[in-house]
Design a protein around this ligand. Structure first.
Ligand code: KG4
Ligand code: ZN
Length: 396
């Protein structure tokens, strides 16, 4: 069975083709055309610009996906598209494109929730006994492993921060979520406060890593330290700069808006003390330290709350999903904490290729939806193009 996935909920025009056969699921092509360069100039995604770019790119992206997979449209068995949540002008391009293809090619069409897609990205890595060697290499421990329910997923993206419990396929219970900003949004805002580019997540992550290597370099040369360096090397024993919001609340909810504001005030105060105007660049050393401190605060809360939720709901498997799951500190911290506190739980870590927005995850979710459908429902999917509507606020 060949499944065509389409994703246009934000700033990536993505189309993928997955194949499902007796051996499992493999990714035949996974094309992502990113608009980062375009939106970077505006400091964030501009919905109408995103829509225009999707419109321009979607046919070339489809052609590349078909070419790379070496298949003709007639061979496609199922089309899947992101219905929401996301930016409505962007979603409309993908959904209308998918509806048109379904009508013209006479193929069934399924609407997929973007967050459901992020969760199901974890199944790609696990069941893909792939031709793609790089993927098996990044995930040697899980290639071909059976995934057991209940599954608890920490969903961390630009628009969402949720802990989702699944007792079985396609059944979701949100057991905790952010009360204000999503964690990816906080990464992006902190990057802006520090005068770094967009999207902030990868930049903050790189600067935090730089800070850590700077500290370990200093520690390996203890004889040549100046006063500032000495202060820095003592950092691990120092009180953290920023709060861990809602860490001790009895629920599994999050809040990142206060953390972002703490960073804002700290940077403001630093500018005042050092006579730096708003437009003047902050010193790199300071940027790295703040990036590190912010990332530590955010990832501490995410990890501790996930472990608490796991202790309460006893999952057999834990997934990490969404764009922020590309963060190496978060990936590693959650791994260590699971090994220490709940070693009986299996931690599935997908390849970074499928962490940020892509269409393979949409096709993967569709495979599981299709499997659960009756023959009648499968027939009805041939006319989904008549009724499917994009929904910016869709919830799982
Ligand atoms: O899932 P995603 O690609 O799009 C949404 O559904 O929102 O997530 C995008 C978010 C952005 O906020 C971006 O800054 C963040 O994921 N992100 C990261 C990293 N890579 C992407 N955050 C932290 N560390 C990263 N390495
Ligand atoms: Zn996403």
């Amino acid at each position: 069975m060949l499944i065509l996935g389409i994703e246009t909920s934000c700033d990536e025009t993505a189309i993928a083709i997955l194949e499902k056969n007796k051996q499992g699921i493999s990714v035949r092509s996974n094309i992502v055309s990113s608009q980062i360069a375009l939106h970077a100039a505006w400091g964030g995604v501009v919905p109408n610009l995103a829509a225009r770019e999707h419109l321009k790119n979607i046919i070339p992206v489809l052609n590349s996906a078909l070419e790379e997979a070496k298949i003709k449209p007639s061979a496609i068995d199922l089309i899947a598209v992101t219905q929401g949540p996301g930016l409505i002008p962007a979603l409309l391009i993908g959904t209308n494109f998918a509806k048109t293809l379904s009508y013209l090619w006479k193929k069934p069409l399924l609407a997929i929730n973007h967050i459901e897609g992020h969760i199901y990205a974890n199944f790609i890595a696990s069941i893909n006994k792939s031709k793609d060697k790089s993927q098996t290499k990044t995930n040697p421990s899980i290639a071909g492993t059976k995934i057991n329910f209940p599954i608890l997923t920490l969903v961390v993206s630009g628009g969402h921060t949720q802990i989702v419990l699944m007792e079985k396929h396609l059944k979701y219970k949100i057991v905790g979520e952010t009360q204000d900003d999503a964690v990816g949004e906080a990464f992006d805002k902190v990057a802006r406060i520090l005068g770094l580019g967009y999207p902030g997540g990868p930049i903050i992550s790189a600067q935090a890593d730089n800070f850590k290597s700077q500290i370990s370099n200093l520690k390996s040369n203890p004889d040549n330290l100046n006063h500032d360096d000495k202060k820095l090397t003592k950092k691990n024993t120092k009180k953290p700069l920023f709060p861990r919001p809602m860490l001790h609340s009895s629920d599994f909810n999050f809040s990142f808006s206060g953390l972002k504001t703490s960073v804002l005030y700290y940077v403001k105060k630093y500018r005042e003390t050092n006579n730096l105007t708003e437009s003047e660049k902050l010193p790199l050393k300071f940027i790295r330290e703040i990036a590190y401190e912010f990332e530590e605060a955010a990832t501490d809360v995410l990890v501790i709350k996930t472990i608490k939720a796991a202790l309460r709901y006893n999952p057999k498997t834990i997934f990490l999903a969404g764009g922020v799951s590309a963060n190496s500190n978060l990936r590693e911290k959650l791994k260590k904490s699971i090994e220490k506190n709940i070693p009986q739980v299996k931690y599935i870590l997908q390849s970074i290729t499928y962490s940020t927005d892509n269409a393979s995850m949409i096709a993967a979710a569709a495979i599981f939806r299709w499997d659960k459908m009756t023959d009648q429902q499968k027939k009805e999917a041939l006319t989904t193009w008549k009724t499917l509507q994009a929904n910016a606020q869709l919830r799982i």
